[in-house]
Design a protein around this ligand. Sequence first.
Ligand code: PMP
Length: 381
Amino acid sequence: MPVSKAWHERLISARDTRQCAQQWRTRRIRQPAPLDFASNDYLGLAQDSRVQAAQAEGARRLGAGAGASHLVNGHLAIHEALEEALAAWTGRERALLFSTGYMANLGILQALADTHTAIFHDRLNHASLLDGSALSGARSRRYHHNDIDDLSRLMARSISTHKLVVSDGVFSMDGDIADIAALVRVSQQHDAWLMIDDAHGLGVTGVNGSGCVGTRWGSTQVPILVGTLGKALGTAGAFVAGDALLIDHLTQFARSYVYTTAQPPGIAAATLEALTIVQREPEHRERLERHIGYFREEAMRLNLPLGNSLTPIQPLLLGSESRLLRWAERLHLAGIDVGAIRPPTVPRGESRLRITLSALHSRSDINQLLEILDACHEEVS
Ligand code: PMP
């Protein structure tokens, strides 16, 4: 119990506004597991027995934990091998591992930007990018979502000598894809750096699953490429890929890299295995693509309020929080888990069901989901 009455009241009030999120968390650990349309395990690799075996074997051979930070003696040969594989996959000179995507974005922005920097964010960028900007002390500007004219206008007005444009690759709550070609063009016009966080594109889109930047746009066009490992790759952690100068700088100055224990070696081993599967077995991606096409076709036929996304993230835009919670509850009772996304994660009035498709789903899983969504539409709109 907090000692101070003021603090006690503040915590109680915060708890009350987050009550739904708390309920959700308790329910998710209940058995039997519901039909999962909420996780980011797009290719099903978190459930792949080869990835799981690699993790167990990595832990057995190298230890359950790395034991120290990378710059002390926690940087093992398995980390080095994973960094090299990630760099090759994304067509970059080098890559650097972080323990999570959140930490990667904090560390990268804190290490690259300062009070003399202007950072230009897409309005829908992930929270970790905004938090990294705040931590760096840079002046942040947010342009309208995917609006390159708005970005150009803001950049033209800026007098900062160091400019950095930052965008999600695939937007995590909408599933649409940034116009990378336009971002490259505008960044180059203004002599700015470009950072793309392709957390949700890697493994899912592009040649060999190398994402919406990957081998299509090189380091001269997208100098800072971030990827996370806890989504399509099914494990945990993140990386930044770029040229040697960038990676050397981040190795020394990204505080969330320097001052934390290195990724557990079993996770690195599992990620290497997952990466091999992603590159060698396009069938998982192809199956996912068929699921996306099928789901969208059927959802349109049922007149569901579908978003504008061709990725595994398929939002149903329900508007009010109360409508969202009614639909989510109905799905939950039918044993189907979906993301119920509401403010502050999205703006007020833009609450949505965040449905994520996975190669692990069967056609009948998707039909089951569609059936309940159709019933929600009729009964509880
Ligand atoms: N960037 C984006 C675009 C994300 O969606 C997320 C996770 N939701 C992160 C970064 C953070 O990654 P992690 O979960 O590995 O911390």
